[in-house]
Design a binder for this molecule. Sequence first.
Ligand code: HEM
Length: 459
Amino acid sequence: VKPESVSLGPLGPAGAPGPEPLCVLGTGDLGRSLGQRLLRAGYRVVYGSRRPGSCGPLPEGAQVMSHAAAAQAARLVFVCIHRENYAFLEALAPELKGKVLVDVSNNLKKNLHPEANAEYLQRLVPGAHVVKAFNTLSAWTLQTGPSDANRQVHLCGDSAEAKDAVADVAAKLGFGAVDRGAVSAARELEDVPLQLFPQWRLPLRLAAGLTAFFFLYLLLRDVVSKYTSEGKDVSFRIMVSLANKVFPIVSLIMLSLCYLPGVMAAFLQLHRGTKYKRFPEWLDRWMLCRKQLGLLALGFASLHVLYTLIIPIRYYVRFRLSAITVSEIRENRTAAFDTTMAWRTDSYYAVGILGFGLYLLLGITSLPSVSNALSWREFSFIQSKLGFLTLLLCTFHTYLYGWDKFLRASSYRWYTPPGYMLCLLPPSAVLALKLLLLLPCVDRSLARIRQGRERARPR
Ligand code: HEM
């Protein structure tokens, strides 16, 4: 049964003048926090309770009544009770007829019930206009007000008028409302608080997999091989040397994986000759987690920088330096200054520093509070153009670090290439593909496709 229009008629007991009364059914944590904010925003709050005489401390200025009396007193009723206790609302159907019922509930698990809480509520009270809202905010956010990261109230419901009424209240509390559609979208909204970093899952797994792989690879290559072939125990290298290889290697691979899906999507559009065909599901999912991939990659690069900073104070490094000096004194020889080495090391440090600076800029601009302050053009300039420049600089840093080592047979211990050579493959491939896309003829075709033009298909 579709309820008819929202009753805007007599507000409060006997239409008393003064601020608009809003009803909160339920006096738990969420009900109390919500009531407190509503009172501060200038509303009159009427609580509906099973035992109005003994329902514990409520915000100052709020009234408490029986469920039926409270429901009758307002046109907007917040249902702040657990779904398991909804059944009694069926008996309140006459008082709730035509009212806006705001369902703020959540579940402890996904798919616990056959239908969403809001749909169940609508079934129990068909004469009311159910709007699902506020469930993605914690009691704490409700009490303290919106913060930069948590400014939005997502809502859904079948009546546009009812949703407007709830959006008005949200606006008075300082939140923006995001309309998520009909009440059938309620399950999606109810699942939001149950998700644990959904967009981080894939990047975190990838980072853990790459870290484990390169750690084992380098452990075998750099530590175990030294022990088996030369009998030397260099296991202390695990703590700093190995970590300072694994972190930048993983960072560079993950940074290139941020830019690979965009390049692949461009080639796919070129191949299809249109932008109006959906990308495959896996490519969509990959593109959606680019921000998280990039932020994790930045975390790994920051670890590399921190590890690099402590190189001069390491016991092993200081010992080696003094041993070299002592042997030079003993043998009465002075090492000649190697200008090429000076150029090479200074260059890779400098390029690394520039790359890291841009990396930081990319990370900062991907934060919502910063990206919201940028226009789309500014955002895409930083994330795309400067992003590729960052990838180029970091890749160049690693090439410069490797220099001519790839020519030396000693670099291929146990016939395996060093880690940095392996990690150069993905960024080099991404940069080469990007270069292809920048060729004027390819760039022109892609621009035409992205402007919405379709390439004529041969018959
Ligand atoms: C290697 C410095 C930023 C990727 C190195 C090494 C140093 C260094 C000293 C040699 C480490 C060793 O001998 O074990 C710096 C400085 C940076 C910086 C000072 C900026 C402040 C970056 C960034 C990336 C990166 C942003 C990109 C992810 C690499 C890679 C290696 C490397 C892949 C080779 C690791 C290996 O030995 O296998 N860097 N770096 N670096 N760096 Fe950086």
